[in-house]
Design a protein around this ligand. Structure first.
Ligand SMILES: [Zn+2]
Length: 220
């Protein structure tokens, strides 16, 4: 699977925007990490949305007739919905009117099955300060494969309720569709990544400058 699915672009600085970036068009050629159930599991694991043990469990269950590919299709629909929502609201503050658009997301959140347990705190050798021996943790029952959408629904609700949508932007790169949450102090982030679109833009500007100065030389 690692060969089939290259590393996802995790440049969104928010898991919900990374989810949106699970479909890209590098050089115009479409690439989709969520094209099937295996791709969805790989993406969720790589992005840190689920534990590798959960992916293994659901993959095994999937072989027994579960419908992971169908869940990937639901994930693509959710991504499409999120993309349209972000396009409508990015660049300004979310207002109360947005609430009426959230039916699909709230229905998804409503079907979750999580519960709490008290567990022993793992002792961390390098930790500083006293830690309490017991902790209350949240556990999700992965009853059916479509529960894979719950952590995504959760992170989308976090984006909508807690992020400043004025700082949700699309990369300035020519033809680049990646989005990110600008958490820089100056709020001046322009690129999905400096290494890709930033450098490409710098190189293009350099070429344009060279062409202008060549032009100047030939006229002289
Ligand atoms: Zn870009």
């Amino acid at each position: 699977m690692a060969e089939r699915h290259p590393k996802p672009y995790l440049v969104g600085d928010h898991l919900a925007l990374d989810f949106l970036n699970s479909q890209v068009r590098p050089g115009g050629e479409p690439r989709d990490w969520l094209n099937d159930g295996a791709g969805l599991l790989a993406w969720l694991t790589e992005a840190g949305a689920i534990d590798a043990s959960v992916a293994r469990r659901l993959r095994r269950r999937g072989e027994g007739g579960g419908n992971l590919d169908g869940v990937a299709e639901q994930a693509r629909e959710l991504r499409k919905w999120l993309g349209e929502f972000v396009d409508r609201h990015a660049g300004r503050e979310i207002d109360r009117d947005a609430f009426v658009e959230l039916g699909l997301l709230n229905r998804l959140l409503a079907r979750d099955d999580i519960y709490r347990q008290i567990a022993l705190t793992l002792t961390n050798a390098g930790g500083t300060g006293p830690s309490r021996p017991l902790q209350s943790i949240q556990i999700r029952r992965w009853t059916t494969p479509d529960r894979l959408l719950q952590p995504i629904a959760e992170t989308i609700s976090d984006l909508i309720c807690n992020a400043d949508f004025r700082l949700v932007r699309r990369c300035d790169g020519d033809g680049c569709i990646l989005r990110f949450y600008d958490r820089t102090k100056t709020h001046a982030r322009r690129w999905c990544s400096m290494a890709v679109c930033g450098n490409r833009a710098k190189a293009a500007a350099h070429r344009a400058r060279m062409a202008r100065s060549q032009d100047g030389l030939s006229k002289a």
